[in-house]
Design a protein around this ligand. Structure first.
Ligand code: AP5
Length: 224
């Protein structure tokens, strides 16, 4: 199975995606996480991506498509795949549609999370993450046991550089202009597009997501 998570910055794609892949045993391919890891390693991709990410702009399609193709080729053939933050433009979606048949896959379901802009701003301002465990926290809604320290890795939490208010405004604008057209793209595609209200408690969002997956595509998700 191949599933795609769509939605604006801060809506909860990473949070919900992590819970889903943990329960299903799937692989998550999150281009934002891959790019941040490339920056920490100081790789050529990381250096090329840095200025775009810091400005709140999208990294060029050719770099992203190459990154995703490499990642896809390295996944076990029978693993379910959840894309988070990819595709983000119509050319990326077209490139994915063209690449999947070569690994005997297709897009099976697209999940769109929605929430109002003021909610997104508040969530992003409170977000902290652990570069070591990958876990996402929120100082208002989901704090760690000890302030500033990851419960799992025991190392300091980080405030993302692109989570500053000016950059967040730019990221939301970029989402509206470059990523929202994907909603129409996937409405016209054969895989179902599931709309999930992201403006609820985390557990309620997950529960709606699981009900929709069971109802629309027959994917039953057990466990926490
Ligand atoms: P990326 O890392 O993908 O960022 P994003 O799409 O902007 O999404 P976020 O990570 O901001 O939000 P999210 O929806 O995952 O929310 P989260 O679960 O963390 O991309 C970063 C940059 O990389 C881009 O700007 C671009 O430059 C580049 N890039 C990446 N992919 C690219 C691509 N394909 N093409 C080109 N460039 C690309 O939740 C947010 C916060 O809210 C957390 O603190 C969480 O704890 C909290 N929260 C979540 N749900 C709830 C809830 N229900 N109630 C209360 N709090 C909640």
């Amino acid at each position: 199975m191949v599933a795609i998570l769509l939605g604006p910055p801060g809506v909860g794609k990473g949070t919900q995606g992590d819970r889903l892949v943990k329960a299903l045993g799937w692989q998550k391919v999150a281009t934002g996480d891959l790019l941040r890891a490339a920056r920490r390693e100081g790789s050529e991709l990381g250096r090329k991506a840095q200025s775009y990410m810091d400005a709140g702009d999208l990294v060029p399609d050719d770099l992203i498509v190459e990154l995703v193709k490499e990642k896809l080729a390295g996944l076990p053939a029978d693993a379910g795949v959840l894309f988070d933050g990819f595709p983000r433009t119509v050319p990326q979606a077209e490139a994915l549609d063209a690449a999947l048949p070569s690994v005997d896959r297709k897009v099976d379901v697209v999940i769109l999370f929605e929430a109002p802009a003021d909610v997104l701003h508040q969530r992003i301002s409170g977000r902290r993450f652990s570069p070591d465990s990958g876990r996402i926290y929120n100082i208002y809604f989901d704090p760690p046991e000890e302030e500033g320290v990851c419960d799992e890795a025991g190392t300091p939490l980080v405030h993302r550089d692109d989570d500053q208010p000016e950059t967040v405004a730019r990221r939301l604008e970029v989402y509206r202009k470059q990523t929202e057209p994907l909603v129409e793209y996937y409405e016209e595609a054969s895989a179902p597009l599931l709309r999930i209200d992201g403006d609820q408690e985390m557990q309620e969002v997950q529960s709606d997501l699981r009900s929709a997956l069971a109802r629309e595509v027959g994917i039953e998700v057990e466990g926490a």
